[in-house]
Design a protein around this ligand. Sequence first.
Ligand SMILES: N[C@@H](CCC(=O)N[C@@H](CS)C(=O)NCC(=O)O)C(=O)O
Length: 212
Amino acid sequence: MTEKPRIFGAKYSVYVRIVRLVLAEKGVDYELLPVDVFAKGGPPFDYLDRHPFGRIPAFEHKGFSLYETSAVTRFVDEAFEGPKLQSSNIRERARCNQLMSIADNYVYPHLVWGIYVERVSKPRRGDITDEAKVAAAIPKARTCLKAISDLMGVNPWLAGKQLSLADLYVAPMLDYFLMVPEGGEMIQEYGNLEAWWSHVGVRRSMVSTSPV
Ligand SMILES: N[C@@H](CCC(=O)N[C@@H](CS)C(=O)NCC(=O)O)C(=O)O
C-alpha cells in the first residue's frame, strides 16, 4: 500500500484547507491529524518540532517533512500524478505566484482577520467585534478584490486558462469573507470574480473540505 501524505492541522484553518484542496484536486488521499493552534495553552509542545513557528499546516510524506503552504502546495503539485496546478506557460505561472503572494500578504490579513474573524468568529465565541478594525479593513478588502479581478481579466481562472494553485489559495479565504454581509455585497462589484466564485465555490473539492 502506498503511504498517504499526512497533514497536521485543523479543518477551520484556511491554510490547512488550501493543502487539502490541492490534494483533492490532484486526487491524492491523505490523513488529517488534528492540531489546534488556538487551543488554550497553544499547540502540543512537540508540534514545534514540525513547525517552529507554531502555525498550521505541517506536512509529511515518506519521511519528508515540510511547512509553509506555498512550498507544500508546489511540492504536492510536482510530486504527485493528477492535473497540473502550475501552468507550463511562464507568464501564467508568474501570475499564479503573484496571486498566491497577494493572498498571503493582503487577502488573508484583511478579508479573513480584519473582517471574517471580527464579524463571525469573535461573536460566535462571545467576544465583541472591533468595528474600527472592520472599518479599516473594508477599503483594503476592496483593493484586494479589485487587484485580483484586474489580474484575472477575461480569463476563466484567476491565473489564466487553467485551474491553478492561485484559485485554490484565494477560494477558502473568499469563502470566509462571503459569510459576512459586506463580503457578499462587495463581490458584486467584480463581475468576473463573481462568475468565477459561482463555479469554484461549488466544486467537489470545496464542498468536501468545507469548515462548517
Ligand atoms: N505562512 C504560513 C501561514 C499559516 C497560518 O497562518 N496558519 C494559521 C491558521 S489558518 C495559524 O496557524 N495561525 C496560528 C497563529 O496565528 O498563531 C503558511 O503559509 O503555512
